[in-house]
Each structure stands twice: as structure tokens, then as C-alpha cells.
Design a protein around this ligand. Structure first.
Ligand code: PRP
Length: 184
């Protein structure tokens, strides 16, 4: 059942789960015998991170970091702030940053620049979605499931004004939803 506020489903639940399983398979293969730490970027990555972590067949730990760039608007402000740092040191660890979506790339660019000086053994990025046409800075995304067009999407961790993160699919919102809430 699709929520009434959703205009189009871009990726249904089955497709999302196939994408997650494929990423988990690749990461499990690449990190065999390595000390893997998944770092989820709050809050959007939470749903993806939970599924990805459970689909991995290699032992790993998880930690979270929080940034903010959007507020409740639908476009990035271009300024990234660190809201919550990691709980533990990452020196010598094999770190995979887990993101729901790469849009302008500014969040990841900021996070990679923040984490690299902490000297992890390796640092890679895993993102469920990317909007290739929105990229403002080049970011190395080793593991990616889907490229999507430049439309505002919600679901599977992605929100509009903090809602819709719980939807098991990725879709666009009906115009009325923005208009009713006065743009966020
Ligand atoms: C979203 C998303 C990424 C970032 C991507 O987070 O989860 O972290 O924007 O955009 P960028 O590539 O243009 O930087 P947001 O700041 O909306 O916070 P949230 O995860 O808490 O929803």
C-alpha cells in the first residue's frame, strides 16, 4: 500500500531490498578478515544502515555521526555542521561511511575531510542513492545501489520536515504536501 501523499514510487520495497543485498554482498566480500566499522550518517541513514548491517556476513561494529545541511527545506543550504561526533576513535580501523543519499556531495566531502586526519586504515563510502546531476564536489562513492533523477524524494530514511522516513520505498511527494505545510 502506497501512502496517499506519495505521487510516484521511484524504487519499490523489493527493488530497494535487492539494492541493499547487493551492496551487502560486495562489502562482505571486500572486508573479509578486516576490522570493519560502519559509520551511519544520522538521521537519514538509519533505516538503510539497519538493513545493511543485518545483511552483512562479516563481523563489524557500528557507530553514528550526525550532520545537518538541510533543516526542513527541500534544498541544501550548502553549509554542513557536525551535530554529533563518533563515540570512538577510528585510527587503524577499516571505516565505511553509510549514507542514504548523495546529493550535492557536500556532506560527504565534509565528513571525509573530518575523518581522514584521524588516520583510519581505510575510509570508503556506501550510499543507497545518488543524484548525479546535483553533484557540486567530487566524492568517491565506492558502493552505490541506485542513481536517481534530481527530484525531491522521501522514504527509506529520507524525510520531508522529519516525516516519511519510515516508508519502505522511495518516492516523490505530492505538491499539496509542500503547499499545505508552507514549504517546510
Ligand atoms: C541528507 C542526507 C545526506 C545529505 C546529502 O541529510 O541524509 O546526509 O542530506 O546531501 P548533500 O550531498 O547535498 O550534502 P540531511 O542534512 O537532510 O539530514 P537528515 O539525514 O537528518 O535528514
Amino acid at each position: 500500500m502506497v501512502l496517499a501523499e506519495i505521487e510516484t514510487v521511484l524504487l519499490d520495497e523489493a527493488r530497494v531490498q535487492v539494492g541493499v543485498a547487493e551492496l551487502a554482498r560486495r562489502i562482505s566480500e571486500d572486508y573479509q578478515g578486516r576490522d570493519l566499522l560502519l559509520v551511519g550518517v544520522l538521521k537519514g541513514a538509519v533505516v538503510f544502515m539497519a538493513d545493511l548491517s543485518r545483511a552483512l556476513t562479516v563481523p563489524h561494529e557500528v557507530d553514528f555521526i550526525a550532520t545537518s545541511s538541510y533543516g526542513s527545506a527541500t534544498e541544501t543550504s550548502g553549509v554542513v555542521r557536525l551535530l554529533k561526533d563518533l563515540d570512538r576513535e577510528i585510527e587503524g580501523r577499516h571505516v565505511v561511511l553509510v549514507e542514504d543519499i548523495v546529493d550535492s556531495g557536500l556532506t560527504l566531502d565534509y565528513l571525509l575531510a573530518t575523518l581522514r586526519p584521524r588516520r583510519p586504515a581505510s575510509l570508503e563510502v556506501c550510499a543507497l542513492l545518488q543524484k548525479p546531476d546535483e553533484l557540486r564536489v567530487e566524492v568517491p562513492v565506492r558502493y552505490k545501489a541506485f542513481d536517481i533523477p534530481s527530484v525531491f524524494v522521501v522514504g527509506y530514511g529520507l524525510d520531508y520536515a522529519e516525516r516519511y522516513r519510515n516508508l519502505p520505498y522511495v518516492g516523490t511527494l505530492r505538491r499539496e504536501v509542500y503547499e499545505r505545510s508552507g514549504g517546510g
